[in-house]
Design a protein around this ligand. Sequence first.
Ligand code: AMO
Length: 451
Amino acid sequence: MAGLKRVLSSEASNFIGEEIKIAGWVRIRRDHGKLIFLDIRDRSGIIQVVVNSKFSEKAYKEALELKPEYAVTIVGRVNKRPENAINKDIVSGTVELEATGIEILARAKTLPFDMGGNELTLELPTLLDHRALTLRHPKIQAIFKVQAVIIDSFREYLKKEGFFEFQAPSIVPAVAEGGADVFQVDYFGHKAYLSQSPQLYKQIVMSAFERVFSVNKIFRAEPSVTTRHLAEVVSLDAEMAFIDSWTDVKDVAEEAVRFILQRVGKECEKELKFYNATLPKMIDKTPTLSLREAQEKIFKHSGRDVRKEKDLNPEDEKEICAIIKEETGSDFVFVYGYPTKNKPFYVYPNPEKPEYNEGMDLLCRGIEWLSGGRRINDYGQLMEHVKEWKMDPKKVSMFLEAFSYGVPPEGGFAFGSERMTMQILELSNIREASMFPRDMERVDERLSKTK
Ligand code: AMO
């Protein structure tokens, strides 16, 4: 076997009539008397292997030992499948491998559940408890393939638009977003925090590089268990200088989404099909409403009066998305103009109506995907907000230094990659869209309160 070079299952159809070697994991073994069929999974997909005792008694004996998830190499001849046996659902569906030799590289314990079906119908806690195993299932892999394309296309789009990628720190001296949902760290005897957002750092880096983005972990000590909140999130952040208005930021965010959806549509057809998912529809100009307009629409639609509320709650988000979908066909809606006092200190108040700000959210199919908007760039105004928000200027001195040396009008935004993945694949729980989700109840293992 050593002499042959490994061929991926996706490439097997280029070797019809030839002998090749494949390597992968046994997904399924099906015995039919003197014939054994194997589904072998490698990084490119699945290939069917036929082990025929008449063709190779040696391979047949070796195949009898195989169990799910054994790691193997198999040598055999590539045969074209007859027309009626072509399987369009797998990458190598026009061929099969007739085995002449099988080598076991690693054995596997008996699986705790069946992984051979197209579906993996496990309760979410079991699915996550056994992540090391369930990650091998093609339907679970599909989620992370989509997520990889989302993150990669975010990068590609921003680079194309002249944004510079940087890495933000995860250990920070101050809380950027406000609120209590922050993890405190004992930092050599000093108080520090896990970063809730690269917000202040992206603004500092923007003040030097003009257009910047980052793909960073952020940490939120969310004190509640919901289907849309994680304690650790992959945040896709961007920040840009020399804007004329907050709508410049909105336009970049919108085009980034359009680009991401296009690439996911092109590259993840199979993955979307797995979940019967249709890409969210983005129309030419995404509908944009002020918070008060959105609340007014909700009132007219269902009589629910949330017109004095400072924010949209999850029910409002669902309802406004449903209204906009009905009115325009769009699965997306921007909502802007939140009460200034209710948002972080750096958000820019509308000069005509300073009680409302120029911050925005992008909602998709009932859930917030993004927050962003224009920021305060004037040093004096920023200092006033630092005082009003009762922050310690010393803790944000590096941020303030940047703004004391000339920062033009600017803004930015951040997407949560898990929320995007969840909504694109129409998953019901965000934990499914995080490879190793952290929440109040889990850090890989379940944190039982009774322990
Ligand atoms: P915000 O706090 O709204 O804004 O976060 C931005 C986006 O990150 C995602 N997100 C989360 N996803 C899952 N679980 C969580 N606990 C969670 N928290 C946030 C959401 C959300 O829309 N600094 C600003 C961004 C900016 O203005 O540039 C910020 O952090 O998709």
